[in-house]
Design a binder for this molecule. Structure first.
Ligand code: AMP
Ligand code: MG
Length: 414
């Protein structure tokens, strides 16, 4: 829905992006490389985990009934009959009056129903002496206590973190089917931009979006296939964008506004891209635009360093996650604003905030400087608190929705 000021509401912009987002194909990924990927299919355990009754302790497998009468003044002596080691089951049955040496994780021999811890046994030659009874089941881990045979352990779309890759390994899934990573091309624009490391001439500035935007894209699971730059001329802008359109997602930073040297919209039109919206009721981030060119999603993000990051988090990240089958809204929380906030109606404000847990819930404290050029306001930001476009005032302690960004800002290796 377009508002009277010609801008699209943030929620509508986001919905429109997701509407044009397609699921990427699945591919099998060696488990060691699967961190950060999203599962294409649910994963179930073909067999129980663990696969057999086993010992939780180093000690002796026994028949609990044999130990029933054990007292300090009346010890029970059991004859040691073999050993069950981790990975090397004894392969024989435990008979009455016997104990079998056993290691943590080793298979419980048939006939045994309890473990006597090594600390509770005195061993002499071929005999173990016990001074206390053990109850049936003591220190025995039953087959399937963690995962039952056939049980689904992870859903389609699940993002694979350390715990998830561990569980996949535990069920033997060595090459899980994952969504392909979205291929992202990043293009920055601006005559004034210089690579960090070179000397600045008057009127020039370092290109930070070439670093923040690829970092954010990788953090959202994307493969960044190119990071380019173009000057503020129509022809070169068109050529550079044409190259970027080969990716699944092209992200152009800067030059998306209405200035005479802003060529991105014109270039996209010339290239036959279909503009889906241009202008979002959002501060920072008003000039953000979204277009499609065939299957390629094209985002035009404002050049201001904070605006680029904020619009990435609110509009591009959900698309990248959805393309991988993940939940695009998984990063939303409810929070209380720490301080009074007043603004004119017409645009939603995305406030860079730190988060602290209070008795009443998460409290979001806005960074003191909220200008779209104040990149340092992103340092230590935990969330973007969203003050809705129609709101003119949120009192201290008032409820807001917040988009968690700490993960997004943490970065990820290419
Ligand atoms: P633009 O969106 O091109 O009008 O740029 C808005 C502001 O953001 C200007 O002050 C630009 O110098 C600045 N800017 C644009 N691109 C970048 C970039 N890649 N890195 C840092 N600042 C930028
Ligand atoms: Mg510019």
């Amino acid at each position: 829905m377009r508002m009277s000021n010609g801008l699209v509401e943030l929620e509508d912009a986001r919905a429109r992006v997701l509407e044009h987002t397609r699921l990427l194909p699945a591919e099998e990924v060696p488990l060691a490389d699967a961190l950060g990927r999203h599962l294409a299919q649910p994963v179930s355990a073909p067999a129980p985990v663990q696969g057999f009754d086993n010992s939780a302790m180093d000690g002796f497998a026994v028949i609990a009934a044999d130990t029933a009468g054990a007292r300090p003044e009346n010890p029970v002596a059991l004859r040691v009959a073999g050993e069950s080691r981790a990975g090397r089951p004894a392969g024989r049955r435990l008979e009455r009056g016997q104990a079998m040496a056993i290691s943590t994780g080793a298979m419980l021999p048939e006939g045994a129903d309890a473990i006597v811890r090594i600390e509770a046994a005195s061993v002499e030659a071929e005999t173990v002496e016990l001074t206390a009874p053990v109850r049936p089941g003591a220190d025995v881990r039953r087959a399937g206590e963690d995962i039952a045979a056939g049980e689904q352990v992870l859903e389609a779309g699940a993002r694979l973190g350390a715990a998830e890759v561990g569980v996949l390994a535990a069920v033997g899934a060595g090459e899980p089917a994952c969504r392909r990573r979205p291929r992202v091309a990043v293009l920055t624009t601006g005559d004034e931009l210089r690579r960090p490391g070179v000397a600045l001439e008057p009127g020039t500035a370092y290109d930070s979006n070439s670093f923040t935007v690829p970092a954010l894209a990788r953090g959202a699971g994307a493969e960044v296939t190119s990071v380019g730059w173009t000057n503020d001329e129509g022809g070169p802008t068109r050529k550079a964008i044409a190259r970027a359109l080969k990716a699944d997602v092209a992200i152009v930073c800067g030059g998306v506004s209405v200035g005479v040297h802003d060529h991105v919209r014109g270039a996209l039109a010339a290239l036959g891209a279909e503009e889906r919206f241009a202008g979002v009721a959002l501060k920072p981030g008003r000039p953000a635009l979204f277009a499609t060119a065939g299957e390629t999603l094209v985002f035009g993000l404002p050049g201001n360093p904070v605006s680029a990051m904020v619009t990435f988090v609110l509009l591009v990240r959900p698309a990248l996650i959805a393309m991988q089958g993940g939940a695009p809204d998984a990063h939303r929380i409810a929070a209380l604003l720490a301080t009074d906030y007043a603004k004119p109606p017409g645009r939603a404000h995305a406030l860079r905030c730190s988060l602290e847990l209070s008795a009443g819930g998460w409290v979001a404290s806005p960074a003191p400087a909220q200008g779209s050029h104040v990149l340092t306001s992103m340092l230590g930001a935990d969330c973007l608190a969203i003050v809705p476009s129609a709101a003119t005032h949120v009192p201290a302690g008032g409820g807001v929705e917040a988009e968690l960004v700490a993960d997004a800002l943490a970065g990820a290796a290419p």
